[in-house]
Design a protein around this ligand. Structure first.
Ligand code: COI
Length: 354
């Protein structure tokens, strides 16, 4: 790594902020004025810099364009009650990026570099953090191979960057999901646990087919037998069955979600029984039919807690109880929001103040 964490800053000549409606931002459409960048070459991360947000110049032979050598993260910053800027669990994202890097044969971005770049970027673009209810600044760190080489081998050069943008909810209403028993998102020994672009690209076609049938997302099932539910592509899956929080274990085919981990921690804090264990489709359908499934929701940074209203399986739609009646997930969401906005105690030191 570089000897010092000196970051060169080039400010934009023309801020775009006045053109943006921060009270109602749409997810993933608008990006803040600046981005952080660092390059890896000759075996070191160098040239740490913040520059105006803009396009990259890439060789058409760039190995990432051909072979998907990219990993990324997603985290959020919130505007606290006194105007302060609070980032939720950034160290956890820095660590997960390193885990993804190992799986994808990439040089890890040191946690210190990740945190320094993030801190300086948010200091500079602090006016972009919205304060309206349900809004936040989405932060997207991204690492990609940069060699202009179309042979197959790990690259010698990489770029790391962080872009940000104000966002509202990813799902604006409770979602309808379909249990997928033909296509596979991830297999044992594969890259399902890594936050790598290819996982998402390969999920597009099945998700689109489900959307045509009227569903918002899929519930992926295990690659071997399609008998156990795994995750939902944009989020981890959680169920409340007979007052217990039940969720598939975060093995090698499921993303180790930071929101998932936070909800498990909050549930245990409240004395709730948490079961991280295989969840079969048969159990999901049986508990839905027998009225024992009280709640089902997705958990993710972008999605936060996305209530599931319908689960479809083999052509049948099973409806879940009204969202208003869901005492556990509504309370997790409220507690998480309060912690993120600095309105509640933060017993697990999840908040990082810029
Ligand atoms: C996130 O939740 O931050 C993600 O990266 C998921 C993505 C589908 C928006």
């Amino acid at each position: 790594m570089t000897d010092t964490l000196e970051i060169q800053i080039t400010r934009t000549q023309q801020s775009k902020l006045q053109d943006v409606d921060l009270s109602n931002p749409v997810f993933g459409k608008v990006y803040s004025d600046h981005m952080f960048m660092a390059d890896f070459y000759n075996g070191e991360w160098k040239d740490l810099r913040i520059v105006p947000y803009g396009n990259l110049q890439i060789s058409p032979a760039n190995t990432t364009l051909h072979y998907a050598s990219s990993i990324f993260e997603g985290l959020k910053a919130y505007r606290g009650e006194n105007g302060e800027i609070l980032i939720f669990r950034p160290e956890a994202n820095a660590k997960r990026l390193i885990t993804s890097a190992h799986r994808m044969c990439m040089p890890p971005v040191p946690e210190e570099l990740f945190m320094s770049g993030l801190q300086e970027l948010l200091k500079l673009d602090q006016d972009w953090v919205p304060s309206a209810p349900g809004t936040s600044l989405y932060i997207r760190p991204l690492q990609m191979a940069m060699d202009p080489y179309i042979g197959i081998r790990p690259s010698d050069t990489y770029s790391f960057m962080i872009i940000t943008g104000p966002v509202g909810p990813y799902y604006s209403k409770p979602v309808k999901v379909k249990i997928e028993t033909h296509y596979t998102r991830a297999a044992p020994g594969g890259t399902g646990f890594a936050k790598t672009g290819g996982n998402y690209a390969a999920a597009l076609q099945p998700a689109l087919e489900a959307q045509k049938e009227g569903y918002d997302q899929l519930i992926w099932t295990d690659a071997r037998e399609h008998l156990y539910v795994e995750e939902s592509g944009t989020m981890n899956l959680m169920f409340v069955i007979e007052d217990k929080l039940v969720t598939p274990p975060a093995g090698d085919s499921i993303l180790h979600g930071i929101t998932r981990d936070s909800i498990i921690t909050l549930a245990k804090d409240q004395g709730m029984t948490v079961e991280e264990r295989p969840v079969s489709i048969a159990e999901v359908i049986e508990t839905l039919k027998g009225g024992k499934m009280q709640e089902a929701f997705g958990a993710g940074t972008a999605a936060t807690i996305a209530q599931i209203k319908t689960i479809a399986y083999e052509g049948v739609d099973y409806e879940l109880p009204e969202v208003e009646s869901r005492k556990y997930s509504n309370s997790f969401l409220q507690t998480l929001n309060n912690i993120k906005e600095g309105k509640a105690e933060d017993p697990h030191n999840w908040i990082y103040q810029v």
